[in-house]
Ligand binder design. Structure first.
Ligand code: COA
Length: 358
């Protein structure tokens, strides 16, 4: 027989054998996939039960609290004692609910629903939350390095309006992205103060107004100062990144009890050192912003000023500066007043099965 024909038959036989082997493996794969679908369905069922269970408990607790308000205090010492115990137990139960909700899906808020629709952005384990938060901080730092370099260039090169527009457009995109990422962080239990998110919304408007500000006398007057401010702001974001990165890694070490190399006291002492280092730089930035508002206001009164953007920007810089000063002071005062030790140790505590190499 022809040698080529023989070789062809041998190859066909080998192909059929391989296919038959693969068929057996495929049956196994199908069974595994069926098991996966079943586990997924069970998971959805249990998730639903937990979410409705928590809602039911909250509803019952609200009813009990309403009843409690009708009980007169100072009637009998036993009554007072029982009420006090009940209140403290209910408080404890509320924090247990918060802890339970950390690994349950959450609904998107209005802003995310508008932008993303109903797609779920819930991260169901603490390691994913940690990774997402770290990614958010790295994103801020990366864009800040770029905007710092760009604004430095603008300080020395003043003839190209399109180059200014590149920086302003970058800032519009950056702040918009931050608001989305921050909303996702909040859905996943981050305690970012509402002001910082609002600050990024307002900063988007500020960058957009600067982008459309015509290349006029007023623009040319303010441009150098604004480039310097952008440069300083980028520097602020970078120093904040080192603080937040340090805090994140220390919080994770706190959560890993078995390999704990940091105590809550150690964390608190590091945090205060970090904040004391940051505060002078932050406040210098806030006063710079206040000065921007003043210069813009003076400029808006100038007879040569024809652009509506100038007075709007003066108001925006003023709002941002006052909001930043009051919020930062409030954060520091809250930190001095409230004891969040328990919260710190559980924040990024991974179970051993959640832990991957990172
Ligand atoms: N932007 C985004 N997130 C912030 C934030 C900010 N400016 N300040 C705090 N957060 C986050 C924290 O990372 C933490 O998140 P988590 O719950 O997901 O872990 C949460 O908000 C609570 O933080 P808190 O304990 O209140 O403060 P902190 O110790 O992390 O930081 C400061 C305190 C003062 C250092 C910080 O708020 C800060 O840098 N403020 C100045 C920001 C600023 O001025 N920006 C504008 C000009 S650059």
């Amino acid at each position: 027989m022809d040698e080529g024909l023989l070789e062809g038959e041998a190859n066909l036989k080998s192909c059929l054998e391989d296919w038959s082997d693969l068929n057996k493996e495929f049956t196994q794969l199908e069974a595994t996939h069926d098991r996966y679908k079943k586990v997924l369905e069970d998971l959805w069922d249990i998730q639903k039960k937990c979410v409705t269970g928590i809602a039911h408990h909250r509803y019952r607790m609200k009813q009990i609290t309403e009843k409690m308000t009708k009980i007169k205090e100072n009637s009998k010492p036993e009554t007072d004692e029982a009420l006090k115990r009940l209140r403290s137990e209910m408080q404890q139960r509320k924090s247990q609910f918060r802890e339970m909700e950390e690994c349950l899906p959450h609904k998107n808020g209005l802003y995310l629903s508008i932008i993303l629709g109903s797609v779920s952005v819930s991260l169901l384990n603490k390691e994913d939350k940690f990774a997402y938060k770290y990614n958010y901080e790295t994103f801020k730092a990366t864009v800040s390095y770029i905007s710092m370099a760009l604004s430095l260039v603008l300080l020395f090169v003043s003839d190209y309006r399109w180059l200014d527009a590149v920086l302003h457009f970058l800032l519009v995109w950056y702040y918009c992205t931050l608001t989305i990422r921050e909303n996702i962080l909040m859905v996943n239990g981050s305690r970012i103060k509402g002001w910082w998110v609002t600050h990024h919304f307002i900063s988007t408007v500020c960058a957009a107004l600067t982008l459309i500000w015509p290349d006029s006398y007023t623009y040319k007057y303010f441009r150098g100062q604004y480039s310097l401010f952008c440069c300083y702001l980028s520097f602020l974001y970078i120093v904040q990144f080192f603080y937040q990165k340090g805090a994140l890694y220390r919080l994770r070490a706190l959560g890993q009890r078995h390999e704990m190399d940091i105590t809550v006291e150690g964390f608190m002492s590091w945090m205060w050192k970090g904040i004391s280092f940051l505060l002078p730089f932050l406040f210098a930035g806030y006063f710079f912003q206040l000065y921007n508002a003043y210069v813009l206001y003076r400029l808006s009164q100038d007879p040569q000023c024809k652009e509506w953007q100038v007075s709007f920007l003066a108001i925006i810089h003023l709002i941002l500066s006052v909001g930043n000063i009051t919020t930062t002071l409030k954060v520091v005062v809250d930190k001095l007043r409230t004891d969040r030790r328990q919260q710190l140790t559980t924040k990024y505590r991974f179970n051993s099965h959640e832990k991957k190499d990172s």
